[in-house]
Design a protein around this ligand. Structure first.
Ligand SMILES: [Zn+2]
Length: 133
């Protein structure tokens, strides 16, 4: 039986790109947030049903097993950290399925190598860009 030549893992040149985001804890997502987000998710499921708030009809899972959980709390308006009132404002929170939250976060943060979204130049009624003053 022929044996395959040994394989070596290709080393990534330059290693992992540096992650400029702070750790979740440093961004304010500590144990206080953990307890808070669970209460938000329970309330959402209790009042609106176990569905993602974006309208995609994904069923949110909160029971066991833990690894199947897919409910995440999203800040509708981005906050500046736990000292920002928006961080704890229930009116600014919605419960999204993991994939919907990831998509929203990626669109806002320009993650996955995409550039941050820049607003398009305004166009006038003739379709030409309007000069910014
Ligand atoms: Zn959704």
């Amino acid at each position: 039986m022929p044996s395959a030549p040994p394989r070596y893992k290709q080393k990534r040149v330059g290693g992992k790109p540096p992650d400029k985001r702070l750790t979740a804890r440093a961004r304010g997502y500590g144990s206080k947030w953990e307890a808070y987000r669970l209460s938000i998710i329970r309330k959402h499921i209790g009042t609106s049903g176990p569905y993602c708030a974006c309208g995609c009809e994904t069923v949110l899972l909160m029971g066991q097993p833990r690894h199947k959980h897919n409910a995440e709390v999203d800040h509708i308006i981005p906050h500046k950290g736990p000292s920002d009132p928006l961080f704890w404002d229930k009116a600014n929170l919605q419960v999204l399925a993991k994939q919907c939250h990831s998509r929203k976060t990626a669109e806002q943060d320009g993650a996955f190598g995409r550039a941050k979204q820049t607003p398009r130049a305004k166009t006038g009624p003739d379709g030409w860009p309007v000069e910014a003053e």
